[in-house]
Design a protein around this ligand. Structure first.
Ligand SMILES: Cc1ncc(COP(=O)(O)O)c(C=O)c1O
Length: 432
């Protein structure tokens, strides 16, 4: 067997280029992070070869004695991290974890109430082009036009009107924390299940820096690669005493007797075939990292850094949706600057600053243009940047956005980005 650079120089060179891009760009995409070398190493192993359909101790394949132990470690660490009663670490992604929730709690055609996608919700919470909107009847709640925040009274009114079977919480571009107790009391009032998708904020929740959904929601899903800083993947969790806090008797389905068994069977065989054992090993490694005290320090710095960036941008005259943030991201409304999200994303990228265009609530632009950009601090905080550097990043962004397309300024900012990135090295390897 030859090393990758000899065996396949074409792919090796593309991996090299992408690693270089990550090393020398300011990464501000709120849903991205930089996994550790240990996490990346675990993924590049022989575990990718192993079929292990089923659960530890109950597989449909032989030879699972070691991957069983790997999955057990991942599950135990995840339970400890989130104080959960039960977890399934097999979903290949956040979308797959969410699919397992729908398969367990909803029948096709039934109604659920979710966070309006145009106000920060996610595709898998009822978009007409996603399975969640194709198979189920999605109704939406949104944020207040003036404050950019959710209004619990309006959500209650909507729930009383549409009588959903399930209420979903969770977003990809909402900057405020959620009132889980308030949501639970609405869910109980209308007899709905309550599901939180904490894909974005899981790391901050694990570090106890945001409200904890697990004691209040019937089920919680997450991705593992955003603030949680693991490999790309998903999982499903039930909080302490979850079997009882589900508050409803699990429907009997053959030999399956309780909620955790039902969710397990919705993951496999409901939503996936063979689990990705190399990724589950990497999940275990990342949960081990998240259980260290340094993870809390990291998450605290994520919050300090986004606050520094937000403060400087507001001083420079930028309007932020909800006028700030409780979490790791901000949403910049560019309308007052005469820009749209598409142009902003493009000109910033030329100066080696990576963000994504994003709809702002009540946006009049299309999703391909948008009026805003979403900016997050998790990735650059992993590299070691602190408040001073994030303040400077706000100034660099402003230089580019105030002079869109100006080549001299783009070059100047790009040179400073290179210098900053060199001071905070990331990966010194291409393959591990
Ligand atoms: C809230 C939320 N849920 C689910 C997902 C889907 O995760 P994945 O891309 O792993 O399928 C995302 C991804 O951005 C998300 O923000």
């Amino acid at each position: 067997m030859k090393p990758l650079n000899i065996q396949d120089p074409e792919i090796y060179s593309l991996i090299e280029k992408e690693t270089d891009r990550q090393n020398f760009n300011i990464e501000l995409i709120a849903s991205e992070n930089f996994a550790s070398k240990a996490v990346i190493s675990a993924m590049g192993t022989a575990l990718t070869n192993k079929y292990a359909e089923g659960l530890p101790g109950k597989r449909y394949y032989g030879g699972c004695q070691y991957v069983d132990l790997v999955e057990d470690v991942a599950r135990e660490r995840a339970k400890l991290l989130f104080n959960a009663d039960w977890v399934n670490v097999q979903p290949h992604s956040g979308a797959t974890a969410n699919m397992a929730v729908y398969l367990t709690l909803m029948k096709p055609g039934e109604t659920f109430l979710g966070f309006n996608l145009a106000h920060g919700g996610h595709l898998t919470h009822g978009s007409p082009v996603n399975f969640s909107g194709i198979l189920y009847n999605a109704e939406f709640y949104g944020v207040d036009k003036e404050t950019g925040r959710l209004n619990m009274d309006e959500i209650r009114d909507k729930a009383l009107k549409v009588r959903p079977k399930m209420i979903s919480i969770g977003a990809s571009a909402y900057t405020r924390d959620f009132d889980y107790e308030g949501f639970r009391s609405i869910a109980d009032e209308v007899g709905a299940f309550l599901w939180m998708d904490m894909a974005h904020t899981a790391g901050l929740i694990a570090a106890k820096l945001l409200n904890d959904p697990l004691p209040h929601c019937h089920v919680v899903t997450t991705t593992t690669h955003k603030t949680l800083r693991g490999p790309r993947g998903g999982m499903v969790l039930i909080g302490k005493d979850g079997e009882n806090t589900m508050g409803k008797v699990a429907p009997k389905s053959g030999r399956l007797k309780n909620w955790s068994e039902l969710f397990d069977s919705s993951v496999f065989p409901g939503a996936i075939g063979g689990p990705l054992m190399h990724v589950i090993a990497a999940k275990a490694v990342s949960f081990g990292e998240a259980l260290q005290p340094s993870f809390k320090t990291y998450q605290e710095q994520v919050l300090k850094n986004i606050q520094a960036l937000a403060k400087r941008l507001m001083e420079l005259g930028y309007k932020l949706v909800s006028d700030g943030t409780d979490n790791h991201l901000i949403l910049v409304d560019l309308r007052s600057k005469g820009l749209n999200g598409k142009i902003a994303e493009e000109v910033l990228e030329k100066a080696q600053i990576t963000v994504n265009k994003n709809m702002v609530p009540y946006d009049t632009e299309s999703p391909f243009v948008t009026s805003g950009i979403r900016v997050g601090s998790p990735a650059m905080t992993t590299r070691g940047l602190k408040e001073a550097e994030f303040t400077r990043i706000a100034e660099l962004m402003d230089m580019v956005l105030s002079n869109p397309g100006n080549e001299e300024i783009t070059y100047k900012v790009g040179a400073e980005v290179n210098e900053l990135c060199s001071k905070f090295p990331l990966y010194n390897f291409v393959t591990v």
